[in-house]
Design a protein around this ligand. Structure first.
Ligand SMILES: [Zn+2]
Length: 206
């Protein structure tokens, strides 16, 4: 199935906390990585500076089970963001995980409410890591009602692609570079940036 996706100069919102850095590593490596509390073991989403369960401040990132159930969905028909305004209606939903978390996801066409889905971390068109729900990639190329997103709205695999890392803190740039090369990214260009630079607008996947 061939899908043509409209392109424009607009990109999705880029504001991200550096607390969410682990999501970028997951998107590069193709693994579903979320925060885990070192003290009590609880998995949490969205990323925070402290554990929502025990208030512990030692949080690690680990690969977790991407399975869940789509328990709610909505089609967004209005947005102040130019990127989304050109792609409405946009489907989002909530995926409940057996780990005890609920994750707001971009929902691809193969998903149905009440049915099992698989979550993954992918890059959106701004180079930010986002959580996407899918059931069958072969059915995600186009939606029956013309809504978005579809599979091509995200980059799910960096193999053979060019990653440009720019303005990232050096340790993060190194980790992302290594993960990208390991996954088969064609070229990685890294320019050291200031410590603590925003993770938004830092990555381009071409
Ligand atoms: Zn905890």
């Amino acid at each position: 199935m061939t899908t043509t996706v409209e392109t424009s100069s607009h990109i999705p919102p880029i504001a991200r906390s550096t607390t969410a850095t682990g999501l970028l590593i997951g998107a590069v490596s193709g693994k579903f990585i979320l925060q885990e509390c070192v003290e009590c073991g609880m998995v949490q989403y969205p990323p925070r500076d402290a554990c929502h369960h025990c208030l512990g401040e030692s949080m690690a990132w680990g690969e977790v089970d991407p399975a869940g159930t789509l328990i709610a969905e909505t089609f967004i028909h209005s947005s102040n963001e130019p990127y989304f305004r050109e792609r409405l209606p946009w489907r989002t939903g909530i995926v409940a995980s057996p780990m005890g978390i609920s994750v707001v996801c971009h929902v691809l066409p193969s998903c149905s409410v009440g049915e099992p889905v698989t979550m993954s971390l992918r890059f959106d068109e701004a180079g930010c890591a986002v959580v996407v729900a899918s059931v069958d990639e072969s059915l995600d190329g186009v939606s029956s009602n013309g809504s978005r997103p579809v599979a091509n709205d995200f980059v799910s695999d960096v193999q053979g692609r060019t990653l440009i890392l720019n303005g990232l803190e050096s340790d993060l740039a190194r980790v992302l570079s290594e993960a990208a090369l390991k996954r088969g990214a064609r070229v990685v260009v890294s320019e050291a940036g200031e410590t603590g630079a925003s993770t938004g607008l830092a990555i381009r996947v071409g």
